[in-house]
Design a binder for this molecule. Structure first.
Ligand SMILES: NC(=O)c1ccc[n+]([C@@H]2O[C@H](COP(=O)([O-])OP(=O)(O)OC[C@H]3O[C@@H](n4cnc5c(N)ncnc54)[C@H](O)[C@@H]3O)[C@@H](O)[C@H]2O)c1
Ligand SMILES: O=C(O)C[C@H](O)C(=O)O
Length: 385
């Protein structure tokens, strides 16, 4: 039975981060039904309804692409999102029309470059997820994508700086090790850089680590039961799974550890090869991208204790200086990030690494430093490509 109506209100202090320009026309029905009980804490679409009065506008840029479409579907189904704006240089209106028929509360709008579509999509955004740009083909490294994707990401970051500088920004476009520094430098240029709100999405590595570990440990194990930190960056040897810190702990031979590490580091290549020229991981990435966006939004809405690995700007996140010191002074690094109402609340120390993991870290740092420098100079010295 319906007992009343409520509109979302601007009463809770945590609602300040929401942009008042979002149209708020819809009326929400309050029913006597209790919220569904999630079966696991990391189950997608679960919400403990803490601070659920906060309105959220989410934007997907590159929404018509291989990742963009399934990611937009997951966001449309999420109880954490009220407005979903889809931007792409092609077909975003079609994807929006299609998704808008789904019986879930979020409104969906499609935006193209014509008619200032980037501005209309971004205005009032609280969270912007960016899977725009070209994917790899067999034989390519992620770094080979820099030539095209750095310029795309730079222009999109400019749009964000101008239209929604307070938004949480989740960068999926590769090479993540360099595109995140590109975004940071653009935001710095516009004096709107908020390091706690900028994330390189490395969740697919985390998802792979638990999936592959479950496969080798015991038959029928549920991958969701494994939490394995993956640190460093998001390409080949810069991806460092910390199997020694697996929860629950796993008893692996050195041969198994090396096999698993290699599979997590080069899991992307597995998919690129299997797709044989038709792109890279899209569906697993949409899952991972949603998982991370959901974690950010749950933390913003008041849920505590949420920790996810993510690639962040160390000097701007509490705990980052300590990590930077222990990893030779890099500015960007993926570590275990505690999420809060303002984004990255803290980055946790790396903890005890095994001798093998220390070697992985040593091998990762030169490449990571080069990738970061490439992204920074692309903006500070101008594109010389
Ligand atoms: N971070 C990760 O773990 C991860 C995982 C998988 C893929 N990726 C990366 O994500 C990116 C997208 O992959 P995909 O498979 O979805 O590619 P895709 O080609 O299927 O989709 C990309 C979309 O971006 C759009 N686009 C291009 N330029 C744009 C612009 N200026 N503004 C808005 N949209 C624009 C395209 O029109 C296309 O719809 C690639 O760079 C890929 O390497 C990252
Ligand atoms: O491998 C790629 O190019 C895409 C992505 O980064 C992945 O890890 O699957």
């Amino acid at each position: 039975m319906l007992r009343g109506f409520r509109r979302h209100r601007w009463t809770h202090p945590a609602a300040r981060w929401c942009h008042p320009a979002i149209p708020r026309k819809r009326i929400y029905l309050r029913t006597t039904l209790p919220p569904p009980t999630p079966t696991r804490t990391n189950f997608l679409f679960s919400s403990n309804n803490v601070h659920s009065s906060i309105m959220v506008k989410a934007v997907v840029i590159g929404a018509a692409g291989g990742i963009g479409q399934p990611l937009s579907l997951l966001l449309k189904m999420s109880p954490l999102i009220d407005d979903l704006a889809l931007y792409d240089v092609v077909n975003s209106k079609g994807v929006a029309a299609d998704l808008s028929h789904i019986a879930s509360p979020a409104t969906v709008t499609g935006h193209l470059p014509a008619d200032d579509g980037l501005k209309s999509a971004l205005t009032g955004a609280n969270i912007v997820v960016i899977p725009a740009g070209v994917p790899r083909k067999p034989g390519m490294t992620r770094d080979d994508l820099f030539k095209i994707n750095a310029g795309i990401v730079r222009d999109l970051a400019t749009g964000i700086a101008q239209n929604c500088p307070e938004a949480f920004i989740l960068v999926i476009s590769n090479p993540v090790n360099s595109t995140v520094p590109v975004v940071a430098e653009v935001l710095k240029k516009h004096n709107v850089f908020k390091p706690k709100r900028l994330f390189g999405v490395t969740t697919l590595d985390v998802v792979r680590a638990s999936t592959f570990t479950a496969e080798v440990t015991s038959e029928g194990a549920d991958p969701r039961e494994f939490t394995i930190p993956v640190i460093g960056g998001h390409s080949g040897v810069t991806i460092i799974p910390l199997l020694s810190q697996s929860k629950p702990s796993v008893n692996l031979s050195q041969e198994q550890i090396e096999h698993l590490t290699n599979r997590v580091q080069f899991g992307g290549d597995e998919v690129v090869k299997a797709k044989d020229g038709a792109g890279s991981a899209t569906l697993s990435m949409a899952f991972a991208g949603y998982k991370f966006a959901e974690a950010v939004l749950k933390a913003v809405k008041g849920e505590s204790g949420i920790v996810e690995p993510s690639y962040v700007y160390l000097p701007g996140v509490p705990g980052g200086d300590e990590i930077a010191q222990s990893v030779g002074g890099v500015d960007f690094f993926s570590g275990l990030v505690e999420l809060g109402a303002d984004g990255a609340k803290k980055i946790r120390p790396l903890g005890n690494l095994s001798d093998y993991e220390k070697k992985l870290l040593d091998a990762a740092l030169p490449e990571l430093k080069g990738n970061i420098q490439k992204g920074v100079s692309f903006v500070t010295e101008g594109s010389k490509l």
